[in-house]
Design a protein around this ligand. Structure first.
Ligand SMILES: C[S@@+](CC[C@H](N)C(=O)[O-])C[C@H]1O[C@@H](n2cnc3c(N)ncnc32)[C@H](O)[C@@H]1O
Length: 245
């Protein structure tokens, strides 16, 4: 893993949702993901990975790569591709590094320490970019989406997977799960404060139609939102204008 910037110490406000918060929960992150999503997280990430197949990607960015599950799944699904995983949490990237070292395809993934606000990549360098459960942690989402759009070539794809809160009866069940079950499991197995923050950050995430608009404002076209598991998660995809679609 290569650091791209010297990061100053985080203030308490920056700590929640930022790289240093994820350093603290990295050791139990994968286990809690499986438990709190009732095992569905792997299927959701699979949909994200499949969503960029149209462009037969040879260079892919996975932003907010965390412990590397999406980056590894991309490398396995697209054997011709080089994958770059970027994340500001050294702790998460250390987990990713260990996982990649023991899995086939892992040698085609490089990991960089960095933030969505200033991606250490050139304009149009990637055929596709993905981000799973990460955009809600990016303080300036518009800037993060603009950066994702900048580093993808014309005709390439930007795909975003994010949790939300479905409306109606299922919304009440999902809210109970996110605000009661997830923080309780987090407190038991990892850290209560961090998992409480994760629940509130999901509640604060914009409704799908608002996020679609944000993607358009970042310069993407043909933007679509696909609800997964009755809207517990949404898969958003947009295309960078120009080039062959
Ligand atoms: C919930 S985890 C998701 C990790 C992984 N994508 C997955 O599917 O499990 C959110 C990730 O966002 C990262 N993150 C936080 N702030 C970020 C920023 N400004 N830019 C990029 N990533 C960020 C965290 O370090 C963390 O690894």
């Amino acid at each position: 893993m290569r650091p791209t910037t010297d990061t100053p110490p985080a203030t308490p406000r920056q700590r929640l949702g930022g790289g240093t918060m994820f350093d603290g929960i990295a050791p139990r992150y994968d286990l809690l993901n499986r438990l709190t999503s009732l095992g569905l997280d792997t299927r959701w990430r699979g949909k994200l990975v499949a969503s960029v197949a149209d462009v037969q990607p040879r260079r892919i960015l996975d932003l907010a790569t965390g412990t590397g599950d999406v980056a590894l799944a991309l490398a396995k699904r697209y054997p011709q591709a080089q994958v770059t995983g970027i994340d500001p949490s050294r702790g998460m990237l250390e987990r990713a590094e260990a996982k990649l070292a023991r899995c086939s395809g892992g040698q085609r993934v490089r990991l960089l320490l960095g933030s969505a606000h200033a991606l250490p990549l050139s304009d149009g360098e990637c055929c596709a970019a993905t981000i799973a459960f990460g955009i809600r942690n990016v303080p300036d989402r518009a800037l993060g989406l603009a950066e994702l759009t900048r580093v993808v070539r014309p005709g390439g794809l930007v795909s975003v997977l994010e949790l939300g809160q479905p409306r109606g009866l299922l919304g009440s069940v999902a809210r109970f799960h996110m605000h009661r079950v997830v923080p309780a499991l987090g407190a038991l197995l990892s850290s209560g404060a961090e998992y409480r923050y994760l629940s509130t950050s999901i509640a604060a995430f914009p409704q799908p139609e608002v996020f679609v608009e944000l993607m358009r404002e970042a310069g993407l076209v043909d933007v679509e939102a696909q609800p997964l598991t009755l809207g517990v998660v949404h898969l958003f995809r947009g295309r960078v204008p120009g080039g062959a679609s």
